[in-house]
Design a binder for this molecule. Structure first.
Ligand SMILES: NC(=O)c1ccc[n+]([C@@H]2O[C@H](COP(=O)([O-])OP(=O)(O)OC[C@H]3O[C@@H](n4cnc5c(N)ncnc54)[C@H](OP(=O)(O)O)[C@@H]3O)[C@@H](O)[C@H]2O)c1
Length: 297
């Protein structure tokens, strides 16, 4: 699979990433098969979070723990992936990015993942009560102690991202917004422009709108038009609607890596084909216009 650099680092990963949000109910054997399918398909960035599993039988930390068990079974696997996790969502508070919390959360994630360090540690959502200086101090310590090679944010506005960056010793190499043909806000809210400005990578979460796109069903006001547009382009490219939707996220000029979340082995493998689809600019704008409900100005 073609490669994309993480921020301005020398570290490259596959153009499509694999996420473990829906992992918590997997047996270790099933999780192992999904991770191997993703890595074999070239999806070398593996994204998880400490909160994944909360509200399900395994509970908070459950998805990390399963991934940790997968890594423990085959120590060689860890070196095949760029491992990303997140911390900072703490129900029912609901967010905590204080120094003490993040420092402990980082150690707890490493322990569950059964590894000495992650490649990317992300603040999952901005905490409106923790002083930004404190959050930055925690991240500075996480990097200087070697517990994470790189740091990033998720669901941050651009001003929130800049405010945090102002207190950090190291650059934020990534931001993780929701982005798909059915959630196009990062195109216009400045998130992708901030990536272009700083060289950071955007990790697009739920690039198939959590399954709405392949199921051809959405309650978004423009959902029917967007899905019809994706279907038309899919036909012209002899590709699946899902892969056209992934190719859409890859066509924007900013450095964007969609994180897919299917639990189906065949779909993991098939998704890799999306990295080879080069949509025309007209295809891209057709999807943007279907979402906008009007032609570009
Ligand atoms: N930062 C954040 O706040 C945040 C939030 C959400 C997610 N994320 C990240 O993004 C990753 C991906 O999120 P996601 O799982 O929502 O991504 P997604 O790829 O948009 O959606 C995956 C869902 O689509 C379904 N699907 C895919 N292909 C299908 C098909 N052909 N027919 C029917 N259903 C299909 C999957 O079901 P099957 O399993 O049956 O294929 C799965 O339920 C997560 O794992 C996580 O790493 C981050």
């Amino acid at each position: 699979m073609r490669q994309t650099a993480i921020g301005k680092t020398q570290v490259e990963v596959g153009a499509i990433a694999y996420g473990c949000w829906r992992f918590a109910e997997s047996s270790v054997e099933d999780a192992d098969a999904k991770i191997r399918a993703a890595l074999d398909a070239g999806m070398t960035l593996i994204d998880t979070a400490d909160i994944y599993g909360f509200g399900e039988p395994r509970g908070f930390g459950g998805a990390e723990a399963v991934l940790g068990d997968v890594l423990a079974r085959d120590p060689g696997l860890r070196s095949r992936m760029i491992l990303a996790t997140k911390g900072g969502i703490t129900p029912p508070r609901p967010y905590d990015s204080s120094y003490d919390y993040l420092t402990e959360a980082m150690d707890a994630s490493l322990s569950r993942l059964q590894t000495d360090r992650v490649d990317l540690y992300q603040i999952h959502r901005p905490d409106l009560t923790a002083p930004v200086e404190e959050t930055a101090r925690a991240l500075n310590d996480i990097v200087s102690s070697g517990k994470a090679r790189f740091i990033g944010v998720s669901n941050y506005t651009v001003p929130q991202t800049r405010a945090l960056q102002a207190h950090l010793d190291a650059p934020l190499v990534s931001t993780q917004p929701e982005f798909s043909a059915l959630h196009q806000d990062p195109i216009i809210d400045g998130t992708f422009d901030w990536c272009s400005e700083t060289g950071a990578t955007a990790l697009a979460w739920s690039p198939l709108a959590g399954g709405d796109i392949p199921r051809l069903s959405s309650d978004h006001p423009r959902g029917a038009e967007v899905i019809a547009c994706l279907q038309k382009i899919a036909e012209a490219h002899s590709a699946s609607v899902s892969n056209i939707a992934l190719a859409f996220t890859l066509k924007h000029q900013a450095k964007i890596i969609p994180i897919i979340g299917t639990q189906n082995l065949e779909r993991i493998t098939d998704s890799a084909k999306a990295a080879e689809i080069n949509l025309s600019a007209r295809d891209f704008y057709d999807i943007v216009e279907a979402y906008r409900g009007e032609a570009m100005p």
